[in-house]
Design a binder for this molecule. Structure first.
Ligand code: SAM
Length: 231
């Protein structure tokens, strides 16, 4: 399987691996992904009463982190196009004030400037058209609001680049085989490799209408957190 998939294939793949997804995240990141999500939420800078949108929410962890931050004073809307992922998200976030909706990130069913912030965690890499997905996030965020992208990135320098090669090209597909979905977990490393570098992603965000773009690398340069302000 290559790093490029049709939208319908991406949706089918996430429907298929939904039941495995949370466990694989925990194993692959040694549980660190929750920490990265909390950092993404900080970057969204939500004030009291804020409305936040989590795009490509999957099983909802980033939406849950946004709701935790708002503590009931505000609203979180979370969208994904995989019904199976959404089912699991709804079950997990049962008692939290999060509205989960089925929607395509490339054509969000929201009016311009509806949200104070929009986030996407490990989802942008899967968009069939990255610019369109980011432009949609920018469109629905009010001027001055923030767009946050949390994504895996390819480290450029040794020794991390060597470790990354070992981890991503060998260990992750082996874990996927053991868990019962070899295809999905060989798609993962190739989708990361074709995704823009951190500098390139910052340039794409600017092209899509964001300003004051900053980014941080963490986990030894494997994880990138980008934030920009909507004009
Ligand atoms: C790797 S998961 C990330 C899930 C979650 N955001 C997280 O942080 O764990 C990618 C998610 O993006 C969703 N996705 C990919 N392309 C999408 C699109 N065009 N519209 C809506 N959801 C999309 C998939 O269905 C999947 O649930």
């Amino acid at each position: 399987m290559t790093g490029t998939l049709e939208e319908t294939q991406v949706r089918a793949m996430f429907d298929r691996i939904a039941g495995l997804y949370d466990r694989m995240n925990t194993v692959m990141t040694a549980g660190l992904h929750h920490q990265w999500r909390r950092r993404a939420v900080e970057l969204a800078q939500l004030g009291p009463g804020a409305r936040a949108l989590d795009v490509a929410t999957g099983t909802g962890d980033l939406a849950i982190a946004l709701a935790d931050r708002l503590r009931g004073d505000g609203e979180v809307v979370a969208v994904d196009f995989s019904e199976r992922m959404l089912e699991l998200a709804r079950a997990k976030a049962d008692s939290l004030p999060i509205r989960f909706e089925s929607a395509n990130a490339l054509a969000l069913p929201f009016a311009d400037d509806e949200f104070d912030a929009a986030t996407v965690g490990f989802g942008a890499r899967n968009f069939s058209d990255l610019d369109q997905g980011l432009r949609e996030m920018v469109r629905v965020v009010r001027p001055g609001g923030r767009v946050v992208v949390l994504e895996i990135t390819t480290p450029r320098r040794a020794p991390l680049s060597r470790f990354f090669g070992l981890w991503f090209d060998h260990l992750v597909p082996a874990l996927g085989r053991a868990a019962g979905d070899a295809q999905a977990y060989s798609y993962l490393p190739s989708s990361v490799r074709r995704f823009p570098s951190a500098d390139e992603l910052a340039a794409v965000m600017w092209r899509c209408g964001l300003v004051e773009i900053r980014y941080w690398l963490t986990a030894g340069g494997i994880i990138a957190l980008h934030v920009g302000v909507a004009r």
